[in-house]
Design a protein around this ligand. Sequence first.
Ligand code: NAD
Length: 491
Amino acid sequence: MSSTDSSAPGVEIKYTQIFINNEWHKAANGKTFPVINPSTGEEICQVEEGTRADVDKAVLAARKAFDIDSPWRKFEPVARGNLMRKFAGLLRRDIDYLANLETLNNGKPVEDSKGDIYASADCIEYYAGWVDKIVGETIPGAHDQLIFTRHEPIGVCGQIIPWNYPIMMMAWKLGPALACGNVIILKPAEQTPLSALYCAALIKEAGFPPGVVNIVPGDGPECGNAVSSHQDIDKVAFTGSVEVGKKVQEAAAKSNLKRVSLELGGKSPLIICEDADIDYAVSVAHRAIFTNAAQNCTAGSRTFVHAKIYDEFIARSVELAKTRVVGNPFDDMTTQGPQINDSQFKKILSYIESGKQEGAKLECGGEKACEKGYFIKPTIFSGVKDDMKIAREEIFGPVMSVLKFDSYDDVLKRANGTSFGLGAGVITKDLTRGLTFAKQLQAGSVWVNDYDAVCNQAPFGGFKQSGHGRELGRYGLEAYYEVKTVVVKLI
Ligand SMILES: NC(=O)c1ccc[n+]([C@@H]2O[C@H](COP(=O)([O-])OP(=O)(O)OC[C@H]3O[C@@H](n4cnc5c(N)ncnc54)[C@H](O)[C@@H]3O)[C@@H](O)[C@H]2O)c1
């Protein structure tokens, strides 16, 4: 189904410059880059293009904000937490504007943008609650020793984020970093810098001292690389593709061996057992892949279905996929917006072509959905084999690949037979089977009778090439503090 309404509210673009030291700056090289509306393919505005010189400037500001005598370093934990709560409140205050801005720039339906913003505000508040609970340990030593640890901020943290959840990825990065008392240079994705720049204004309004959060829009090879290879940035956190994650880790190692945390892609399995309630299984599998136009690192993109229910599963899934409303994300009826840009759009269509050529059966979709913009119809392939490209590579588009199994031992091996390990799901009424899978699946998150049930208080991250380090929850703090051991001799 496609939405016929093509109207969009006039969203005023308020900020297009580089945010350093709580001030707006023009790019050092005098250049700007276009930001495109993925629903139309048309330019929204030009944004200042950050390069190495701008990152250098941001690092100087951040370094100053991190001076041992700076206001930020002298804040009581509770004061830091209060600023974070204020920022969360401002996100909620401006939710209507911010959701429209996010939808204009990213293309996700407005209700989805609102959901992301509420979750982001909750995330910042969750970490605001941690500021006075980041504690070390006392450790038994010799009779004349007192040994304890302190958890200290790392310092200047570079954060490079993707375009699929622009505000939420920013919140996941800012929350734990600020809670631990770090200072930040954040580089939004070049496709979606607008909501991050608006949030910069909210950060200033909340009262964060200058230099604590700096936002430098720009591309990956120049601006992102300037962050990951910088000699005076102490840590880099990255979310995006495996290919770039490796470059970030390499640049970090070759420069100053800065700390690295990576949240990368996936090819996550969802296993549907023969005893599953079929309606429930179909709806979970649908949500697992099609949420956010399938631009989701945990997308359940390999749907393994037991042979006994396979045909029925396919028929019901096709029925459900056809009810999905693809089109103008400002229309209340729309459930799926466009892909982010022309290159993703073309890449996804070429994956669909490869699925057909390698012998999978196209059950529905498989083509663009609207004349303008980067819309793709929800697509389902049956008869998918493990060695097909669509079963091995991250598509990041609305393509459900359904694979058949009849042995649980076998499907476990197949599910684990990938270099990724971000998420995995299993749908079954047999809790022992569900928990056995939970134990044996190689993934950072396993959902039993659910999928993508991510919450701020539970850690999230990857096994294998899906990354290292964890975001969210108490574990998410570990990426943002150093552990110092203090040994006191009691003379
Ligand atoms: N895990 C995720 O959440 C996620 C998000 C976006 C994309 N992806 C995957 O990545 C594929 C390509 O999308 P993409 O090209 O936008 O992702 P990407 O990995 O190129 O971009 C992510 C971020 O990294 C930056 N970047 C790019 N090159 C860099 C470099 N050399 N050094 C430092 N930073 C750099 C980008 O500017 C952006 O901010 C997608 O098809 C999808 O498979 C995954």
